[in-house]
Design a protein around this ligand. Structure first.
Ligand SMILES: [Zn+2]
Length: 397
């Protein structure tokens, strides 16, 4: 055999080695269903208990979303990650700061906030989902307040406080981050807390929650088991599960990675939300349309994460940025559909042909577009020359 035959054979063998080495993530992306339409979900967290200015922000958001329609006539919709409690500062102060008391969303001072949420739901522009009874673990907050004056001041605030002002690690509900690294919570305490917050949700919306998103995206298998027992169907994730706050306070202890439609051990369906759109951080409307284009190429829904804080002080500018982003997305993708996460999860789970591509070429193109995101695979494919045939294949599709 001549050298001219050996060299191509060796290259092909090298490519096979690379493909086998990355077989698991490649197969996972191959199996992940491919959507047949561009799909956009605006996911917004932290609504409910907290600053009373939310009522005005929610009404303005609802009016703006209602003006924008997809090709099926459905208005743009936004999920509201719901929080049902903030600290009752005056009561905590009266007890010398040693006992926690919550101020629930059912308190009459939040009536306007609740009314605005319900009006938006009735108009088809808001979809509530469970974020947590509180945006923190109360015993951890109380413990941290003993040594941190700023946390103590926040905890005893006379007005409903904004959890955005807490140190980031204390905003995680499902760990004890009073000291770092955080410690896991007792499973029985998690169970009781999930049961309680599902009751809060049911009291407000007359229905059990079906979609959950953990505060700061830190949660655990024990939390998932409790959610599943409470009837949660779909879990919003960033594509990985962080289980703790590390010594620096950052999310850590990643013990699972997931793609859209993957199932939890308890049977719940995962969705991936990995695009950030925070106008108060300088994100331009173009970011939203660009993210939609990238996810559409991958045959995935574009789940955009944003927070209520955008719509407080800089409300007008943030509203305008979101509206421009949505309109631009619709201009560029006229077949775009707005959808609620629960519907999306069901469509993926059931391989609904109205939502899931069945033709070979679009599926192959989307799978090729997903390959580049696999950590280290792109580099290995580049250095072995495998990227060349893959890129040619992608371009042809
Ligand atoms: Zn949050």
């Amino acid at each position: 055999m001549t050298v001219f035959l050996w060299i191509p054979l060796a290259i092909v063998a090298l490519w096979l080695v690379v493909l086998v080495a990355f077989a698991r993530p490649l197969l996972a992306r191959w199996r992940e269903p491919v959507l047949r339409h561009p799909v956009l979900v605006i996911e917004s967290d932290d609504w409910g208990a907290g600053p009373l200015e939310q009522a005005k922000a929610l009404r303005e958001l609802a009016a703006m979303l209602g003006r924008i329609r997809d090709g099926t006539g459905r208005p743009a919709l936004m999920t509201l990650g719901m929080v049902f409690e903030v600290p009752d500062g005056p009561r905590i102060l009266a007890d010398g700061g040693t006992t926690y008391h919550g101020l629930p969303l059912s308190d009459p001072r939040f009536d306007e906030v609740c009314a605005a949420i319900k009006e938006g739901i009735a108009a088809g522009v808001f979809v509530p989902q469970l974020h947590g009874q509180a945006h923190y673990w109360p015993p951890a907050l109380l413990a941290a307040a003993q040594s941190d004056a700023s946390v103590r001041t926040w905890l005893t605030s006379p007005e409903p406080a904004a959890t955005e002002d807490l140190p980031s690690h204390l905003q995680s509900r499902w760990v004890d981050a009073a000291t770092l690294p955080s410690r896991p919570l007792d499973a029985a305490a998690i169970d009781a807390a999930v049961t309680f917050e599902c009751e809060s949700y049911r009291a407000l919306f007359a229905a059990a929650p079906q979609v959950a998103v953990a505060t700061t995206f830190v949660w655990s298998d024990a939390v998932e088991r409790a959610w599943a027992r409470a009837g949660i169907d779909t879990v919003i994730t960033p594509g990985r599960r962080a289980t703790c706050r590390d010594a620096s306070g950052a999310p850590g202890g990643v013990d699972a990675r997931m793609l859209n439609g993957d199932r939890a051990a308890s049977g719940m369906t995962y969705l991936v939300r990995d695009v950030y759109f925070e106008p108060i951080k300088g994100h331009e409307p173009e970011r939203l349309a660009a993210a939609l284009a990238a996810r559409t190429r991958q045959g995935r829904a574009c789940l955009i994460e944003t927070h209520r804080a955008n719509f407080f002080g800089a409300r007008a500018a943030s509203l305008a940025a979101l509206e421009r982003g949505l309109r631009r997305a619709l201009d560029e993708w006229p077949t775009l559909r707005f959808v609620a996460p629960l519907e999306l999860a069901r469509a993926i789970r059931e391989r609904d042909p109205d939502w899931i591509a069945t033709r070979s070429l679009p599926r192959l193109a989307a799978r090729c577009a997903r390959i580049a995101e696999i950590p280290r695979f792109r580099r290995a494919a580049y250095w072995t020359g495998l990227m060349l045939p893959l890129s040619r294949c992608n371009r042809r599709l």
